[in-house]
Design a protein around this ligand. Structure first.
Ligand SMILES: [Zn+2]
Ligand SMILES: [Zn+2]
Length: 169
């Protein structure tokens, strides 16, 4: 998404609101977007810097970290990004430790920043329910559907010695 900043860049304090639908969805393992990604935000001329603040919302499907069932997830986060209005790299190379992208011309493309921030905010370990029991490591049964046959034999190794002792009694 390209935003025209021709007025904004020459007017300190000015603000430009924007709202768009991200055209190219970021690709990530185990993530399927089921709704468009909406981006709503503003650009503010802070003097030498254009400050971008945006709220990103969408819905996606991923799999439960424990049982691999499908889970719907509402993605919602906000982020800020700064763009230099002046190329300060020559004079003040050491001045800023954060690397700013310099805006040149009258258009600023914010898609890259949105894409990067989506990747940073994707859920990592989603559970289908807070107490998802997961899958039985022996038979592969989803224990959410009830206990499996191996349950009785599956004994904590620390307890198995006790069990053996009891059997010997
Ligand atoms: Zn689960
Ligand atoms: Zn089992």
């Amino acid at each position: 998404m390209r935003i025209n900043i021709s007025d904004l860049r020459t007017d300190p304090g000015a603000q430009e609101n924007f709202e768009f639908r991200l055209e190219k969805l970021p690709e990530a393992d185990n993530i399927t977007f089921i709704e468009p990604v909406f981006v709503k935000g503003k650009l503010i001329n802070m003097g030498n810097i254009l400050e971008l603040t945006a709220l990103v919302t969408s819905k996606l499907v991923t799999t439960c970290y424990r049982c691999l069932d499908e889970v719907k997830y509402s993605l919602e986060f906000s982020f800020t990004e700064e763009y230099s209005l002046k190329d300060e790299t020559d004079e003040k190379a050491d001045y800023e430790d954060t690397k700013h992208i310099v805006c040149e011309g009258d258009w600023l493309d914010v898609s890259q920043a949105v894409q990067e921030n989506i990747l940073l905010n994707l859920p990592m370990r989603v559970l289908c329910q807070p107490d998802c029991p997961g899958i039985c490591p022996h038979c592969g049964k989803n224990l959410k559907d009830g206990p499996c046959q191996c349950d009785d034999r599956e004994i904590d190794p620390r307890l198995s010695i006790l069990a053996k002792l009891k059997q010997g009694e």
